[in-house]
Design a protein around this ligand. Structure first.
Ligand code: HEC
Length: 109
């Protein structure tokens, strides 16, 4: 019984570790189409959506972590209400979104 419990605990610990490690993977899957792998946004979709350069430290200062988390969860619209970035609240967990925002911060040069 003890052994079984230990096995269960290590599986949970391993899964948590695996999830925490996959921000770059989530980035490539969900975000890079617009923001590009390096965060500079020089993709066709990125230019169309009007993304800005995450490598630019000055741009990174224009939003807080909390604002960034909210933007990723709820999406972003322009002044006319047209969607610029779709909401990811249904697709990604809170922890995944937090990890992605931390990842975005590492893209600043
Ligand atoms: C359809 C294209 C598109 C996709 C896909 C996309 N974004 Fe964005 N993102 C944008 C645009 C456009 C902006 C807004 C630029 C501006 O401020 O005008 C933006 C802004 C942001 C910001 C700045 C937040 C703020 O409050 O200004 C963050 C952080 C961000 N995106 C993260 C992500 C993450 C993480 C993903 C993947 C889960 C993602 N984006 C996917 C287009 C996209």
């Amino acid at each position: 019984m003890k052994k079984l419990l230990l096995a269960a605990v290590s599986i949970i610990a391993l899964t948590a570790w695996a999830r925490a490690a996959d921000a770059p993977e989530n980035w490539d899957k969900n975000c890079a189409a617009c923001h590009a792998k390096d965060g500079k946004g020089a993709t066709k979709a990125g230019r169309m959506a009007g993304v800005k350069d995450f490598a630019d430290a000055a741009y990174q200062k224009t939003f807080t972590d909390d604002q960034a988390i909210a933007s990723v969860k709820d999406g972003k619209k322009d002044d006319k209400g047209k969607e610029k970035m779709k909401p990811f609240a249904e697709k990604l967990t809170d922890d995944e979104i937090k990890a992605l925002v931390a990842y975005v911060r590492t893209l600043a040069k």
